[in-house]
Design a protein around this ligand. Structure first.
Ligand code: GCO
Length: 454
């Protein structure tokens, strides 16, 4: 099983950026060396994480980071996307924790020495617990605290970073964390989701203003996740149901960021669910971006029910990942083409794409054919989108390592590198070898034949 694409594809160009991605809480461990985050508290609450696990050790990247960067280097990728743990780098007063900053400066310097571009995400869900105690993302002040944290860390990092993303997937922070209650902080209240979302988006806008000032030479943007919504049938009721779901879950985030207005759906929300928008907020949210980060894993199908709301329709016979997510690469093409038509977007990085599989190790190898096939199919879907005019400049596999998959704990493995959690031994899976092979075959030195896949 290999990853193959037409050799003439822009995806085979050496200038297209390929990378691997991780996030702080999911891999670092080293929990005693930082302040508690909402994910520590969530993990300590019985019944919240499927296998009862936590992030205290995770992949112990906190101690093994040098070997992990060697591993990344051995793959031959162009870039590494990782996140900064807010509770590791500032104290309760918002002042720098030098030891925490030094940990990341070590990573940044080593990446730069190796010629690997650092793509830094400033918030990947690990809010300091002391801020949650004051209301977390339901408290408008958290947006200003985020701005201040971004100010001190970006000053400390200086010129070491290639790209900053303000937030990773504000939908997940807001909806899963404050409305559905299945992620930290675990609040389940219909009236909370859009309020938390507004403060997250405000935090994004305020942070972009800081980045424009402190770090004008980095590529600065945001990472949003999209689950494209399809109607079950062609009926107007089902199409409307899919549109409403899209407005809640996808468009709610990209529209204000790109245009400074929420979807029209806001008019239909009961007042208890409406965010409190202060004068000037929407202009702050609508900052110019150097890039848009797009995370894509799967699609969703909806129909209209008797009460005229949208209902998710399970795709029982479709191929699925170990998360139960449908494998549907066409939606990746459709999504990108659709976004391109709807918005005037900056260049796009695919900041996450990948699959959980129930991997097994046999004779020191992991033969994860479905994952390799997933990458091949999705890179081809990306190729199709680029042919239709979408400006995509890079792609990151999620994830470098098997890691803490949030409410699923360590049961779900997303890595292209296997982690044995008893020994912390890393083994590059067959998908990782294929990804590496594919990336390293690009380039001017290899003669390109129209018949040969790159
Ligand atoms: C996300 C997060 C990752 C997840 C991945 C698989 O996008 O949800 O960025 O932390 O692990 O998406 O669910």
């Amino acid at each position: 099983m290999t990853i193959s694409l037409p050799t003439t594809s822009p995806l085979c160009s050496p200038s297209f950026v390929y990378g691997v991605a991780t996030s702080s809480f999911q891999i670092e461990g080293g929990a005693s060396e930082r302040l508690p985050s909402i994910w520590d508290t969530f993990c300590d609450t019985p019944g919240k994480v499927l296998d009862g696990s936590n992030g205290a050790v995770a992949c112990n990247h906190f101690e093994l980071w040098e070997q992990d960067l060697d591993l990344i280097d051995s793959l031959g990728v162009d870039a590494y996307r990782f996140s900064i743990s807010w509770p590791r780098v500032v104290n309760q007063q918002g002042e720098l924790n030098q030891a925490g900053i030094d940990f990341y400066i070590g990573i940044l310097d080593r990446l730069n020495d190796k010629g690997i571009k650092p793509f830094v995400t400033l918030y990947h869900w690990d809010l300091p617990q002391h801020l949650e105690d004051k209301g977390g993302w339901l408290n408008r002040q958290t947006a200003y605290d985020f701005r201040d944290y971004v100010d001190v860390v970006t000053k400390a990092f200086g010129e070491r970073v290639h790209s900053y993303a303000t937030l990773n997937e504000p939908f997940c922070s807001a909806y899963l964390g404050y409305e559905a209650g299945i992620h930290a902080p675990g609040l389940a209240c219909k009236t909370y989701g859009k309020k938390a979302a507004h403060h997250l988006l405000l935090a994004h806008g305020l942070a972009m203003q800081v980045l424009q000032k402190n770090s004008p030479n980095t590529e600065n943007g945001i990472v949003l996740n999209f689950t494209p919504c399809y109607p079950e049938s062609d009926s107007s009721a089902d199409r409307e149901a899919a549109n409403i779901a899209d407005a809640h879950f996808n468009d709610w985030y990209i529209r204000p960021v790109m245009t400074g207005v929420y979807p029209d759906l806001i008019e239909q929300l009961p007042s208890s669910e409406k965010p409190e928008i202060q004068p000037g907020d929407m202009d702050i949210i609508n900052q110019p971006l150097d890039f848009m980060g797009v995370n894509y894993y799967t699609r969703a199908v909806y129909r209209c029910d008797d009460e005229h709301t949208f209902v998710l329709v399970p795709q029982d016979d479709a191929p699925k990942t170990d998360m139960g997510w449908e494998i549907y690469p066409q939606a990746f093409t459709d999504l990108l083409v659709d976004l391109h038509k709807r918005y005037t977007l900056p260049p796009i990085y695919i900041t996450e794409n990948g699959i959980a599989e129930a991997d097994t190790m046999s004779q020191g190898a992991v033969n994860d054919r479905t994952r390799t096939a997933y990458y091949s199919q999705h890179l081809n879907a990306l190729h199709a989108a680029i042919l239709q005019g979408v400006d995509v400049v890079g792609y990151f596999a999620w994830s470098l390592l098997d890691n803490f998959e949030w409410a699923e704990g360590y049961e779900k493995r997303f890595g292209i590198v296997h982690v044995d959690y008893d020994t912390q031994k890393r083994t590059i899976k067959d998908s990782g070898l294929s990804y590496s092979h594919f990336i390293n075959q690009r380039g001017d030195s290899a003669p390109i034949s129209a018949k040969e896949p790159c």
